[in-house]
Design a protein around this ligand. Sequence first.
Ligand SMILES: Cc1cc2nc3c(=O)[nH]c(=O)nc-3n(C[C@H](O)[C@H](O)[C@H](O)COP(=O)(O)OP(=O)(O)OC[C@H]3O[C@@H](n4cnc5c(N)ncnc54)[C@H](O)[C@@H]3O)c2cc1C
Length: 424
Amino acid sequence: MKIAVIGFGAASVGFLKEVENENITVFEANKDVFSSSISGIRADGKLFVSSEMGGDLEEILLNLDLQREIINFYCKVADTIPEMGNHENSLELKKAFHRYGFKLVEAKFYHLGTEKLKIFLQSIYETFLQKGIRFVFGARVVDVGLEKNIVKIKYIKEGMEYTEEFDRVYIAVGRSGLKLVDLISTKYPELVVRNNIVDLGIRYELPNFVVQKLNDMLYEFKIKYQASNGLLVRTFCNNPSGYVVTEKYPSFVTVNGHSFQSKKSKNTNFAILVTHNFTKPFNDPNGYGEYIARLANILAGGRKVILQTYGDFKMGKRTKRLWNVFPTLNSNEYILGDLNLVLPHKTVKAITEFLEQLEMVIPGISNYSHLMYGIEVKFYSKKMNNDLVPNLKFIGDCSGFTRSIVHATAHGLLEYMKLKRELK
Ligand SMILES: Cc1cc2nc3c(=O)[nH]c(=O)nc-3n(C[C@H](O)[C@H](O)[C@H](O)COP(=O)(O)OP(=O)(O)OC[C@H]3O[C@@H](n4cnc5c(N)ncnc54)[C@H](O)[C@@H]3O)c2cc1C
């Protein structure tokens, strides 16, 4: 069987991990393994074992041994011992959050660091080459067509267009490859199971000392809160001693955060995200998120984001000067402004209520001088059906069923195991 895997990220690594002697070609849009992958090595390398987050597939969520196995594999290949955080044994903390309406998500964290993920990819790539897997780098797949028992893929490499045929294709393009998934789902709408969510919010930055205790106990504190207007608010991607960064898409710029094992800042940052759930006839939540992100860029005068203090955000007034807390984001990437001109009123209300309530559990967290960068968006992939067409499968984040390194890797591995059983 001639197999193609499109994209060389976490899901493909999982898929290829146990490969023996199958005929496999990997197409990757990035020019080489150094600039590839796992979301362009922008991922922070925060791995976790949890039955409550990271994806929606029960066979992964409920299989904590499988999640642990994936983490051990990453640590072994990257030759590192991770920093650790733990949500277990924190009954007092759980009670404190619960009292004020928050749910503390249970997870055990292992922080590899952005730089270690890079080492991981380089060395796993060498192993895959030795197994005889063919890699085509700099190849952006632009079309996938189903013809009888064959899947045709079209890709562009160095300005030239090529077509190749395969018996089975695994799409593993992550969230950066949503354009390809959109194209496939326009051609074959029956493959889409669901498409209705986008998360919008801000990146919050504050001095380490305010959340030092939490950072030491948990490394990553993940909480959920139902605001009085019904919206679900959550924290995401906490980076102790981390840095705020921008995430650049072709037509807009958003914010994100990360941290290194070696280089430390004096601030902690995390996202505060509000889930926006739409109903029919609207079916373009990603377009909605992109529109709001572009609005922030327009107000910031180009490919920049808006920075505002929490105090000014609360009072609905533009920030003109910072005081006390200083941004870790490069000064040429933001403009001081007013996020109230960008975010919908109900989103602003939900974020403000969330922070005011959180003040009861973590005194000092809603200080006037803390920083808010906007906007941060989490796009969800459409949920794709893997059972309809036997020779076209979606693995990892682009399938809509995973949202993390461990889950995407596990998804790839499970699909490879299914293939192996099929080939027997
Ligand atoms: C900034 C950032 C930080 C993150 N931090 C963490 C973290 O700390 N912990 C965690 O668990 N998760 C993190 N995530 C999420 C995590 O990176 C993803 O969940 C995971 O990488 C998904 O794996 P994947 O294989 O589905 O996609 P990816 O790892 O994104 O791989 C997809 C690959 O497909 C390639 N591709 C895209 N389109 C095409 C195309 N048309 N043709 C050919 N190739 C294509 C891309 O170049 C990419 O290499 C982070 C994500 C981002 C953006």
